[in-house]
Design a protein around this ligand. Structure first.
Ligand SMILES: Cc1ncc(COP(=O)(O)O)c(C=O)c1O
Ligand SMILES: N[C@@H](CCCC[NH3+])C(=O)O
Length: 436
């Protein structure tokens, strides 16, 4: 059991003090349920992990993991800064009333419109990814007679040990200025010569779902070495060193990430030691966790429908969602754990595969899981779907996106409504034939 999950006297899974079978009845399935207390606990854990050290720090929630008005408002209540990666995420944050000063904007191909929105709203920092963007931000800032705070995204040439699709720190990456070949130094020179740009720091994000601190500390060592050279050669010392997100979580028992405090402890101690060895001031340290804030807090409830047994091969149990609400198994062969929420402590009786309802053989949510014999109408709870679940949900096969409910201390609140068939058609226009 994760977070506040328990099993009640009716043998039902309870999250945040709320019976999940009642949630399924009231809001329908599939349904994403977020355990708000777990989000609070993890956000606090990141901040507490910095406290033993004499360093300034900022914990930003990477809203790509799960962006919604309510989630952004919760992040603000928790004192988290906010990382956005598109005009849409920025707009969500602004509509949520989030303080623009604490927003920073990522992305390898920001459009002029997106940059203008960020500049007009005077957000905290634009994390500039490449020379074309650097020039664009300079031109836009000059045209508005504004000074814009920027940071530079670097690829430090470090390979994080994770799925290749979610590695970002290696040399062969679409993101950022290359640290090792001198591109970062060129970008710093450019920014220092542009009065409309205030270069506050540098940024590196080596990848996602990482279990060990080693990749981070390796990157930090390389970056601080370069910081010493920038100080000597350019007189530039970053005020901020942002080392990104990527802290892994436990989707299944096989995933054993080190603790939040162990991650932060290793990173901060390495930054302090390397800065001291290079006679540098320790910069303000920023991190950007997404998955590790919301991932384990999310559970998806599905209704069981049909099943198919293939003797000596496999039994498929089909549910009423799939790759439309959780793309991760199809995209990264991601693995999940689950139980029947209406028979939560019943013993397992068979090995089955959990299939989604999309018209794809690859739409398998779980390849192999032991469950009690599931019947149509049972509620399947798939755990750890809080990050990159709703945010990567789609309308494949014209399936409406599910609703999202927050639960805490016995209370529930609907924070995203379920899409309707009418919603699916809201942008459709009728065909006008040209045949007379
Ligand atoms: C720049 C940046 N920061 C933060 C994150 C958040 O990563 P995670 O959800 O793994 O913590 C990502 C996504 O990988 C990212 O690209
Ligand atoms: N969406 C991915 C991770 C990418 C993170 C964003 N850079 C996942 O579900 O694991």
């Amino acid at each position: 059991m994760r977070g506040t999950q328990t099993i009640n006297e009716n043998n039902h899974l309870v999250i945040g003090g709320v019976d999940t079978t009642e949630l399924a009845k009231k809001y329908g399935t599939p349904l994403y349920v977020y355990d708000v207390a777990d989000i609070r606990k993890r956000s606090l854990a990141f901040k507490e992990a910095f406290r033993p050290y004499p360093v300034a720090f900022k914990v930003a929630y990477a809203s790509k993991a799960f962006s919604s008005v309510a989630m952004v408002q919760l992040a603000e209540e928790l004192g988290l800064a906010l990382d956005v990666v598109s005009g849409g995420e920025l707009y969500t944050a602004l509509v949520a009333g989030y303080d623009p000063k604490n927003i920073h904007f990522h992305g390898n191909n920001k459009s002029e419109d997106e940059l203008l929105l960020a500049i007009d709203k005077k957000i905290g920092a634009i994390i500039v990814d490449n020379f074309i963007e650097l020039q664009m931000v300079k031109t836009l800032a000059e045209a508005r007679n504004q000074t814009v705070c920027i940071m530079l995204r670097m690829t430090p040439g470090v390979e994080a040990h994770t799925h290749e699709y979610i590695m970002t720190g290696q040399e062969d990456s679409k993101f950022g200025f290359d640290l090792m070949n001198g591109e970062v130094k060129e970008a710093i020179k450019y920014a220092l010569n542009a009065p409309s740009l205030k270069l506050t720091g540098v940024h590196s994000h080596i990848g996602s779902q990482i279990f060990e601190a080693e990749g981070f500390t390796h990157a930090v060592k390389r970056i601080v070495e370069h910081m010493a050279a920038w100080k000597d050669e350019l007189g530039f010392e970053p005020e901020i060193l942002n080392i990104g997100g990527g802290f892994g979580i436990s989707y299944t028992k096989k995933d054993q990430p080190i603790s939040i405090s162990a991650f932060i402890g290793s990173i901060v101690e390495t930054i302090m030691a390397e800065c001291s060895a290079n006679q540098l001031e320790v910069p303000e340290i920023w991190i950007e966790p997404g998955r590790s804030i919301v991932g384990e807090a999310g559970t998806t409830l599905y209704s069981v429908g049909t099943h198919k047994s293939i003797p000596n091969i496999r039994k498929y149990i089909s549910v009423d969602g799939g790759m439309s609400d959780n793309l991760r198994p199809a995209l990264y062969q991601a693995e999940y754990e689950a139980l029947l929420a209406n028979r939560a402590s019943d013993a397992s009786e068979e090995q089955v595969a959990i299939a989604g309802k999309c018209c794809e053989s690859g739409d398998i949510l779980i390849q192999d899981i032991a469950l009690p014999t599931a019947q149509a109408g049972d509620i399947l709870a798939v755990f750890c779907t809080g990050a990159y679940g709703y945010s990567m949900a789609n309308n494949y096969n014209r399936l409406p996106r599910p609703a999202v409910v927050f639960v805490e201390e016995g209370q529930e609140q609907l924070v995203i409504k379920r899409e309707t068939y009418e919603d699916l058609l809201q942008y459709d226009l009728a065909f006008q034939t040209t045949v007379k």
